[in-house]
Design a protein around this ligand. Structure first.
Ligand SMILES: [Zn+2]
Length: 92
Protein backbone atom coordinates (compact mmCIF):
# COMPACT_ATOMS: atom_id res chain seq x y z
CA UNK A 1 0.00 0.00 0.00
CA UNK A 2 2.84 2.36 0.84
CA UNK A 3 4.42 1.42 -2.45
CA UNK A 4 1.30 2.30 -4.45
CA UNK A 5 0.93 5.56 -2.61
CA UNK A 6 4.50 6.48 -3.49
CA UNK A 7 3.79 5.91 -7.17
CA UNK A 8 0.70 8.04 -6.97
CA UNK A 9 2.59 10.84 -5.27
CA UNK A 10 5.42 10.69 -7.79
CA UNK A 11 3.01 10.80 -10.72
CA UNK A 12 1.11 13.63 -9.15
CA UNK A 13 4.22 15.68 -8.45
CA UNK A 14 5.51 15.28 -11.99
CA UNK A 15 2.18 16.30 -13.47
CA UNK A 16 1.39 13.04 -15.20
CA UNK A 17 -2.26 12.98 -14.28
CA UNK A 18 -3.49 13.55 -17.82
CA UNK A 19 -4.08 17.30 -17.94
CA UNK A 20 -3.11 18.83 -21.28
CA UNK A 21 -1.27 21.70 -19.64
CA UNK A 22 0.92 19.28 -17.71
CA UNK A 23 2.24 17.59 -20.82
CA UNK A 24 5.97 17.57 -21.17
CA UNK A 25 8.02 17.05 -24.28
CA UNK A 26 11.41 15.40 -24.28
CA UNK A 27 13.75 14.01 -26.91
CA UNK A 28 12.87 10.35 -27.34
CA UNK A 29 15.67 8.03 -26.30
CA UNK A 30 14.90 5.60 -29.13
CA UNK A 31 14.46 7.78 -32.23
CA UNK A 32 15.81 11.16 -31.01
CA UNK A 33 12.66 13.02 -31.98
CA UNK A 34 10.69 15.23 -29.66
CA UNK A 35 7.65 13.57 -28.14
CA UNK A 36 5.33 13.69 -25.17
CA UNK A 37 6.60 11.71 -22.22
CA UNK A 38 4.11 9.57 -20.35
CA UNK A 39 4.54 7.66 -17.12
CA UNK A 40 2.64 4.42 -16.78
CA UNK A 41 3.04 2.70 -13.44
CA UNK A 42 6.77 2.24 -13.17
CA UNK A 43 7.86 2.86 -16.72
CA UNK A 44 8.06 5.75 -19.13
CA UNK A 45 7.22 5.99 -22.79
CA UNK A 46 7.29 8.63 -25.50
CA UNK A 47 4.17 9.16 -27.56
CA UNK A 48 4.68 10.03 -31.20
CA UNK A 49 1.84 11.44 -33.24
CA UNK A 50 1.39 9.73 -36.61
CA UNK A 51 -1.71 11.43 -37.96
CA UNK A 52 -5.41 10.89 -38.10
CA UNK A 53 -6.94 7.62 -39.13
CA UNK A 54 -8.72 8.34 -42.42
CA UNK A 55 -11.63 6.05 -41.53
CA UNK A 56 -12.26 6.76 -37.86
CA UNK A 57 -10.82 10.28 -37.67
CA UNK A 58 -9.08 9.31 -34.46
CA UNK A 59 -5.54 10.42 -33.77
CA UNK A 60 -2.95 7.69 -34.15
CA UNK A 61 0.20 7.34 -32.11
CA UNK A 62 3.10 5.03 -31.66
CA UNK A 63 5.14 4.61 -28.54
CA UNK A 64 8.77 4.15 -27.61
CA UNK A 65 9.69 2.94 -24.18
CA UNK A 66 12.25 5.06 -22.31
CA UNK A 67 14.60 3.89 -19.63
CA UNK A 68 13.75 5.26 -16.20
CA UNK A 69 17.16 6.91 -15.82
CA UNK A 70 16.93 8.64 -19.18
CA UNK A 71 13.35 9.83 -18.72
CA UNK A 72 13.96 11.17 -15.23
CA UNK A 73 17.12 12.97 -16.33
CA UNK A 74 15.27 14.65 -19.21
CA UNK A 75 12.38 15.64 -16.96
CA UNK A 76 14.82 17.13 -14.45
CA UNK A 77 16.48 19.18 -17.23
CA UNK A 78 13.15 20.52 -18.47
CA UNK A 79 11.99 21.39 -14.97
CA UNK A 80 15.25 23.27 -14.41
CA UNK A 81 14.76 25.23 -17.66
CA UNK A 82 11.21 26.11 -16.64
CA UNK A 83 12.47 27.43 -13.32
CA UNK A 84 14.99 29.62 -15.13
CA UNK A 85 12.27 30.99 -17.45
CA UNK A 86 10.10 31.89 -14.50
CA UNK A 87 12.77 34.06 -12.94
CA UNK A 88 12.53 37.77 -13.80
CA UNK A 89 14.97 38.88 -16.47
CA UNK A 90 17.09 41.83 -15.48
CA UNK A 91 17.26 44.59 -18.06
CA UNK A 92 20.78 45.76 -18.78
ZN1 LIG B 1 10.71 7.65 -30.39
Amino acid sequence: MVFLRLFWLTGHTLGFNGGEKNKMRIICEVCKQEAYIQKLGNYYRCRHYVGKDSKTGKAKFYYHQQSKDYAETQIAIIKKQENIKQQPIEQS
